[in-house]
Design a protein around this ligand. Sequence first.
Ligand code: GDP
Length: 445
Amino acid sequence: MKKNLPIVAIIGRPNVGKSSLFNLLLGERKSIVDEEEGVTRDINIGIVNTERIAFYLYDTAGYLEKGDSFNSLIQAKVREAIANTELILFVVDGREVHPYDEDLAKFLQKQEKKVLVIANKLDNREMEDLHYEFFRLGFNDILPFSVLHKRGYSTLIEWIEDNLKYSSNKVKEENPQIRIAIVGKPNVGKSLLVNTILGYERSIVSDLPGTTRDSIDDIFEYNGKKICLIDTAGLRRKAKIENDIEYYSNVRTIQAIERSEVVILLLDSMEGISQQDKKIVDMIMEKGRGLVIAYNKWDLKRVKSDENYRLMEDYKKFTYKEIGAYNFVPVEFISAKDNYRISKLLDTALRVYEDFYYRVPTNILNEWVEQNIKESYNRKQVSNLRIYYAAQVYSAPPRFVFFVNKKDYVRKDYPRYMENRIREAFEFTGVPIKINFREKKENIK
Ligand code: GDP
């Protein structure tokens, strides 16, 4: 047995499809490894080769098929079997949470291994939502799956590849690029800001026929992070767009926003925020991108330093009055001309980027629900709404699902209230978050 390959183990109660998954992963080239010293007879072992890695796959079906109790003897054996595994594929019948799954979940939580819950038997798209139920088991990664139809297969392989740390032949992860778009109506200083950030005056490259087109993005490093400024060629080219309506409805602007993770909306300090600017704020939020608002040309305000911060506060207040619903969007004050507070702007954009990808671990989220949300019911009985548990099912942008007794009990203003509470607890600076409520099938306290 080659000792250098990492191990991935399949675990799950009887009849959930462990062996089928094992066979699916091994594929045509079934290479079942004979067990050797130390490995018990109850485990099937195979070697799986993906494009990026190879690993041992353990199928522990042998332990859990017999009987229906997860007693301490079986627990001890499973613990031993998975002692050296790096990843656990916890297979469940995705159509319903079974008490046995809950026992296994509790056990697996204690093993401190990376776990992917595979909600199997979700054979079609309509069934896919059922997997949300399993978030209450407390794991972060849950994959709707169908061995039968190979649904979720490539995501599974990716998850394994991404999570196997010690594999000898793993491809080195590339330093991800943080994608930032700079938008704003004509003449607010976008081009100058790009030049200031890049630290040099770039030449204007003409689109001569036959020459290779200039790259549309600029990449630079900031504090060891690679940042990609999206479609700066659009700014460089100085299109003949004169007014802001035209600029904002320009396909190129919209595409730049769509390709980005964080948008910097540049405003002119002498002009403030216009109706069109507000519309673009709406659009950026609807498209689910992170946002920083920056007032440029702050040098023109020429304020004495002691008044400077007060003026900034006034501008912030005024801005939030205009974009009330988005008071979580950071507002910065810069001068592209004088290189004033440009690094502050970049720091803020990076913070938004981090929050954009932040995922609240399921157990922490539910501890918070337990302590802050459920408690408030007991204090005053104002609503029949009951929240059982919650999960952040996506990041980038974040999306939360709350499992409740009845959706009709969710008052219209409640999502907004919950969003504010989540922001108080977990922040999410500059990032729009989505909140959904789902009814649980049976009431679990
Ligand atoms: P764009 O259309 O948004 O790309 O705007 P430009 O970068 O072409 O800038 C428009 C004008 O504003 C130019 O004359 C710039 O020199 C000027 N400008 C840009 N940033 C600043 C700034 O921070 N302070 C001052 N005073 N002028 C600026």
